[in-house]
Design a protein around this ligand. Sequence first.
Ligand SMILES: CC(C)(COP(=O)(O)OP(=O)(O)OC[C@H]1O[C@@H](n2cnc3c(N)ncnc32)[C@H](O)[C@@H]1OP(=O)(O)O)[C@@H](O)C(=O)NCCC(=O)NCCS
Length: 162
Amino acid sequence: MNIVPLADEDRASVRILELACIREYVEGPMGRKWEEFDLETRQKLGASASGSFAHYRGSGLSFVAKEGGRIVGFVFAQMMPWIDGIEKAVWVENVGVDPEYRRMGIGYMLLKHLALEGKKNGAQVVHSSISPDNVSSLLMHKKLGFLAEDRKIAYLDLGKFA
Ligand SMILES: CC(C)(COP(=O)(O)OP(=O)(O)OC[C@H]1O[C@@H](n2cnc3c(N)ncnc32)[C@H](O)[C@@H]1OP(=O)(O)O)[C@@H](O)C(=O)NCCC(=O)NCCS
């Protein structure tokens, strides 16, 4: 298994995998039906969506795990100039692993690779947004050393905000 930078030619495969991971979360912890999301909404979901793929590919901080040429995991991330008064912070947008390849350490290795690469690029911290009901993700982050207690990111949708 290799961890390599996300490349343009990974787009189609990583899109399928990221959407499958999102669908799993929607139908699992979120308890909603995938069919509730119309095609237009689905097309916008995830970092691999057409509007954001190039941004994450170009961030230098997005990676895929490949097993015999097949993409079995991904992490999309970017460097933020400042977060919480700290200059240079890696922001993890999404991380996921093919269900057939889970519990083999791939998610952990992707996050670790990202953290080390971020550090090499001057980052002081890594931020990652995790839903409290996503136990596997929470435990994976904790295994790497993330502090997750008492942390929440509040969110304001500016769509209808005036
Ligand atoms: C979360 C996810 C990325 C973990 O990937 P993974 O490759 O299976 O994780 P790893 O094998 O690297 O596990 C690392 C550690 O995380 C914890 N962990 C991962 N999955 C777990 C599970 N199902 N139950 C309990 N602990 C789990 C364990 O502590 C594990 O270490 P261990 O195997 O030594 O006990 C994967 O389950 C996934 O893709 N889920 C769907 C997408 C998702 O929720 N992404 C996170 C968005 S924030």
